[in-house]
Design a protein around this ligand. Sequence first.
Ligand SMILES: O=C[C@H](O)[C@H](O)[C@H](O)COP(=O)(O)O
Length: 291
Amino acid sequence: MSTASCLWRVKKWKFSGRHAEIFRGCLISTNELCPVKLPRPRITSFGPTIEVHQRIMSSVEFAKRVAAVKAVDEYVKDNYKIGVGSGSTIVYAVERLAQRVKDENLHIVCVPTSYQARQLIVNHKLQLGDLDMYPKLDCAIDGADEVDANMTLIKGGGGCLTQEKIVASCAKQLIIVGDESKESHKLGEKYKKGIPVEVIPMAYCPVQQKIEALYGGVAELRMGKMKAGPLVTDNGNFILDWKFPASDFDWASVNTVIKMIPGVVETGLFVNMVTKVFYGTADGTVKEQKI
Ligand SMILES: O=C[C@H](O)[C@H](O)[C@H](O)COP(=O)(O)O
């Protein structure tokens, strides 16, 4: 057995007459690099030499993928116009879309919510669209940073909230995918980085002060990583991460009030927008949440 490329936990394995185990596209050998413990599938015979190019996934990545696959399989139909979200979970949804387009000859159009989503769509050779051409979408599939019991979301951990909310608002159904760590009873219980608020750069100081004066907590300017200075969004703006105090907020009202502050472009609060949430788990099952 030999290993080759090690790009993002991708390993190339060569089996020579060796027994291998694959479950739902994941290679699960006894190798210690793969912590996922899964029900053992019955795959017993291979040819004399088989090359398998698979991701050796952590259990969290596996959980994200099963959720994304289920959402795409359940909600995407031929001729659909689909909003494609951003983040790490959506990568698996786009992979699945591409696979279904190939296997089932589907005709779908994908409208991105970020440069990342655009690149994913283009790299997977899916048909790219925009809201000028397709202002009405059949569904949007996206990730979330946290989902509470009312299916209110915090989004924008990756800085893509504004285009995500625009695209979601154009979709008949908003489907959220993530691993089970995203599920919470109350916002802030799981996601500790605060609610992202996209702001026009010249307004970030007054907006910071106004949010803190209205609700308390701290609204921190998000700084770039591997880049000096503030993070700049796909729209050329800054992001404040509002670490709100523990309280029983009415999120619909908070969202409206913050949006009315001059200089605020959008908040990462998604209230009353979600159709269904799929939470993947490490054992391959998917939990669903619906109002
Ligand atoms: O800005 C990023 C987006 O709102 C993402 O959808 C969100 O952060 C969830 O991302 P992930 O799937 O990586 O947890």
